[in-house]
Design a protein around this ligand. Structure first.
Ligand code: HEC
Length: 183
């Protein structure tokens, strides 16, 4: 228990303004961001996530290409090219082994801290900001009913288009911001 308590303290010091607390998907133990390399922690999108528990990249189509590239490098070997499932379960439907994965916070916890078996912690492979970009691409590939997409608010649900199987669009200067960057 002492180790658990000190991990929780370390977390609250390293992210003093954090409004969410992260826990391991399987054990429920606190996750410490201090375990991860520093890259990505100062990026505005990650700071917003750690305050709100919501993934700002869901609203940034110009970041999808980066998310896809990261997904193909770090996840598709186990979860399939379009998240249809392979060694690991499908991530493109409404069934979750761990139901919290239907929220941004829950999926971040699984990717950061791992689950069981082959699903190890991914924070050495993708930094904390990149995890959010990968998650936005995974959500983009969702093929089931929009009502069950708990990670979308009503406005996002109204705009949601089921995945068309295509690669991510190239960043489009007509969309703001014109590159994958959140201020
Ligand atoms: C070496 C293979 C492997 C890699 C690489 C991998 N996963 Fe997994 N993943 C798995 C396995 C196996 C499970 C099932 C674990 C379990 O049930 O506890 C899983 C489970 C998951 C779950 C929970 C699904 C559910 O139904 O609740 C999510 C979300 C997930 N992975 C996302 C990712 C993402 C995103 C990446 C890339 C950053 C990734 N995984 C990389 C093998 C992998």
């Amino acid at each position: 228990m002492a180790a658990l308590a000190s991990a929780a303290v370390a977390f609250s010091i390293s992210a003093a303004s954090a409004a969410i607390e992260l826990h391991n998907t399987i054990t429920g133990e606190p996750l410490s961001l201090d375990d991860a390399p520093p890259e990505g922690k100062d990026v505005p999108a990650f700071k917003e996530f750690i305050e709100t528990g919501r993934n700002p990249y869901l609203n940034e189509p110009n970041c999808l290409a980066k998310g896809q590239q990261l997904y193909l490098g770090a996840c598709s070997g186990c979860h399939g090219h379009v998240a249809e499932g392979k060694i690991g379960p499908g991530l493109n439907d409404d069934y979750w082994t761990y139901p919290d994965n239907n929220t941004d916070k829950g999926m971040f916890e699984t990717v950061f801290g791992g689950a069981s078996g082959q699903m190890g912690p991914m924070y050495q492979v993708v930094n904390v900001d990149e995890i959010l970009m990968v998650m936005a691409w995974v959500r983009h590939m969702y093929k089931d009913k929009v009502e069950d997409a708990a990670w979308l608010d009503d406005a996002q649900k109204a705009k949601f288009q089921p995945y068309d199987g295509k690669d991510a669009p190239k960043p489009d200067p007509a969309n703001t911001p014109a590159e994958c960057k959140i201020e």
